[in-house]
Structure formats: C-alpha cells, structure tokens
Design a protein around this ligand. Sequence first.
Ligand SMILES: [Zn+2]
Length: 74
Amino acid sequence: MNILRLIAIFIVIWLLIRIVKNYRNRAKLDASRRNSGNLGTMVKCSHCGLHVPKQEAFRKGSRYYCSKQHADED
Ligand SMILES: [Zn+2]
C-alpha cells in the first residue's frame, strides 16, 4: 500500500516536472518570437499591400514586395 502510494506520488511529481518544462520551453519560444518580431521591420508589398518582414521581402528599387512574382508583375 505504501509502495503504491509512493509510486503514485512519483508519477504525479514526474508529470508536474514535464508540464513545467513544456511550459518553460513554450515561454522561451514565445519570447524569442516576440524579440525577433521587434527587431524585424515590416514592409508593405507595393503590389498587393501585404505586410512582410523586411528580411523576407523582395526589393526592387525603393519598393518592397511580398514575393518575386509581385516584384516582376509590378
Ligand atoms: Zn504582394
């Protein structure tokens, strides 16, 4: 009876540790995502008006585009 109770407590503690670890990982991911979002400037596509991160945008002169296709079409 005591051993069963110990095993049950052990399982509960193990589950709690797993949940806390998962939560921490998720919080870290969210934080890094938020940070990169702040660092990256959003630019508007001159063709369709879609907002894309500057690093991923296609540049043509002084204009930015969401895709190579839109850069070619405009
Ligand atoms: Zn576009």
